[in-house]
Design a binder for this molecule. Sequence first.
Ligand SMILES: C[S@@+](CC[C@H](N)C(=O)[O-])C[C@H]1O[C@@H](n2cnc3c(N)ncnc32)[C@H](O)[C@@H]1O
Length: 182
Amino acid sequence: MMVTILYILVLTFFILLAAMVIVPVFFGAPWHPLSDENIHRIIRFADLQPGETFYDLGSGDGRVLIAASSNQCLRGVGVEIDPIKVWLSRCFIIAAKLTNKIRIHRGNIFNFDVSEADVIYLYLTHQALDRLFPEILDRMKPSARIICYRFCIRNLEPTKVNKDKNLFWYQVSKGRTVNEYS
Ligand SMILES: C[S@@+](CC[C@H](N)C(=O)[O-])C[C@H]1O[C@@H](n2cnc3c(N)ncnc32)[C@H](O)[C@@H]1O
């Protein structure tokens, strides 16, 4: 009896894990949890300012939003397609006592309202980025910036790249110009 229960628990665990990692591949990008060091590198590169609104499209476990909002006076917004990660990230946000600063929406990045974002952070595959750009630029504030981790936006010139060449900063107003004439 105990063995059967244990077997069911282990099986359930692996089914949930597979759902969290594999299912999102079909919607845009798989999940790959970041180390704390990488999260802090991303936050430093984004140069977040007090009062800004920080969006994470495909927010995963919400740890980037938590790191961004915990030390800075900013508002965090995440959208995530996977209900398990939505639930997990909301639990982390409650534990971090940041419910007044961060909102996680269960939804699809491809039709999410980004008009309030000052900074959009993206850790998505080239295929997902190709679907988002350039259309998303018309739905963003001209003053906004986009920070991409690992995957750059094809056909857009970054304003800044880190020395490891895995963090890319795009100014939305410049992106529009590039798209207009290229
Ligand atoms: C590589 S992970 C990045 C997670 C988080 N942003 C981070 O940097 O740690 C990509 C995330 O995007 C989510 N995702 C993939 N396609 C999506 C879609 N169409 N709409 C919303 N979320 C999506 C996946 O479930 C996954 O959690």
